[in-house]
Design a protein around this ligand. Structure first.
Ligand code: HEC
Length: 453
């Protein structure tokens, strides 16, 4: 009250706005109306991230935000708020979106890299910058790194021609794609998964710098945006694997295309179910020795801070059911969909990675640079929680195994420093020298982790 009176006295006319702002800030209006789709921290969900400084619909100006919020983008699932919110509220929201977003997307402070924690003997450095909304990684035999992206709509190639451990070029291979998060290499072609298509770039190692053309090999995937982004991986059997996530937080779509991982031939034919009962897998890989698929699955939300856990699963053969939406994390029957079901009917996870950690990409270590005990152990990129009171995840974990059993799950690279988010890891991959690459979509970076004795 005191502050108000003072301001009111000094600058008359500010009193009203200040009073209104105290009653309801742009942030309050955002939380009440927008967070359910765009995320509590604007990190995205059903709607795109509003925190990563990459915009799908025009420039980030107040006028443009006001227009988008008022009129919506109805055909794309963004409601029109005119009539539901007052003009003043929409104005406040536009201002709010112009402010610096969450820590995750702030410009990196100079000392940030020093605060990213790695184990003794390891070093972390920036391998590439300007890789907006970087997602999946794949490395070819010449160490050209292909990177998928989310909102940027691009596929990048990172090239370290002078071999100094830092990419000297970030080349845009393709642009204007629809959330092309998934990239993989097979038979000298680069495959890219968009929301509803898979496209193929042939002889990519000769063409990546010259805006190569592509062939559409599949264009009839589901078009939902919620859990609609798709990773893609070439398996050791020469087939392509791709998920279709559940288009919801929790729902029973067992009899539809959803909540499954599929396999297909490299030309898109023979599209068939490989695994079922999966909420939303954003990463899979194959064990270097057993050749079995391992994959992450993100647990449902809205059962509180500590339930259920995100999963690490193993699929040794086709046709297994991993429980969603009936049983979560191997032990927890869903309050709604679990009625008359039993968790013992489904394959339990190898490991519960923790609630809301959002495990995405994963890879077994097959290089020679890290100490011997890392060989054939598993690294998992955890993007981090968006809906938990205390932040969790934001790290690359090391999962050690004895055969197919979990031994330990410990942080390897930590991007959370005093509750400050220094990065959001999406995928891990390895260069031929055995060093590790980590993509970070919040800062548009790829990091490199090396080991020296
Ligand atoms: C029902 C879900 C939903 C709600 C609620 C919602 N949005 Fe959206 N919003 C979307 C979707 C989906 C898009 C993406 C359209 C597209 O693909 O281009 C979007 C796009 C946007 C964009 C454009 C982003 C860009 O990259 O161009 C802005 C800005 C935006 N929303 C602001 C808001 C604000 C502010 C609110 C709250 C008043 C809000 N939205 C509420 C679903 C939602």
């Amino acid at each position: 009250m005191k502050i108000r009176a003072r301001f009111g006295a000094v600058i008359s006319g500010c009193l009203l706005t200040l009073g209104a702002a105290q009653a309801e800030t742009g942030s309050d209006i955002y939380t009440a109306n927008c967070a359910q789709c765009h995320g509590k921290q604007r990190e995205g969900g059903l709607g795109p991230s509003l925190a990563d400084n990459v915009w799908l619909n025009g420039e980030p100006t107040k006028a443009n935000f006001t227009k988008i919020i008022s009129k919506g983008l109805v055909a794309k699932g963004m409601p029109a708020w005119e009539g539901l919110l007052t003009k003043a509220q929409i104005d406040q929201l536009s201002e709010f979106l112009l402010t610096k977003p969450t820590a995750a997307a702030e410009a990196p402070a100079a000392d940030d890299i020093a605060n990213i924690r790695v184990p003794k003997g390891f070093q972390i450095s920036v391998y590439a910058e300007g890789v907006e909304t970087a997602r999946s990684l794949v490395v070819d035999s010449n160490d050209v790194v292909y990177v998928g992206s989310r909102k940027a709509g691009k596929v990048y190639a990172l090239v370290d021609a002078n071999k100094d451990g830092k990419a000297d070029k970030v080349i845009t291979v393709a642009e204007g794609l629809d959330s092309p998060i998934g990239v993989t290499l097979l038979n000298s072609s680069l495959y890219v998964a968009e929301i509803s298509r898979v496209i193929r770039f042939d002889n990519i190692n000769q063409t990546y710098a010259n805006k190569p053309s592509y062939t559409v090999i599949k264009n009839d995937l589901t078009t939902d945006r919620w859990h609609g982004e798709k990773v893609i991986k070439a398996g050791p059997d020469g087939k392509l694997y791709i998920p279709i996530g559940a288009p919801c937080n929790v729902c029973d779509k067992e009899n539809e295309a959803y909540s499954k991982i599929y396999s297909m031939n490299p030309d898109g034919s023979n599209f068939s179910v490989f695994a079922k009962g999966i909420r939303n897998s954003v990463g899979f890989t194959w064990h270097p020795l057993t050749k079995e698929m391992w994959f992450t699955d993100n647990g449902r939300d809205e059962l509180g801070d500590n339930l259920p856990s995100c999963e690490l699963n193993r699929a040794p053969k086709a046709g297994l059911h991993f429980g969603f939406p009936y049983c979560h994390s191997g032990v927890l029957l869903d309050p709604e969909f679990g009625k008359n079901k039993s968790c013992s009917d489904y394959v339990a996870p190898v490991a519960n990675l923790g609630p809301h950690v959002a495990p995405l990409g994963l890879a077994f270590y097959n290089g020679n640079q890290f100490p011997a005990q890392y060989r054939n152990q598993l690294f998992v990129a955890e993007h981090g929680s968006w809906n938990r009171t205390q932040k969790i995840g934001y790290r690359v974990s090391l999962v050690t195994l004895a055969g197919n059993q979990l031994l330990t799950d410990t942080p390897f690279v930590e991007f959370l420093h005093d509750e400050n988010v220094l990065g959001r890891p999406v995928d891990v991959a390895f260069l031929s020298d055995g060093s590790m690459l980590i993509s970070d979509d919040s800062r548009g970076r790829v990091y490199r982790v090396t080991y020296t004795k």
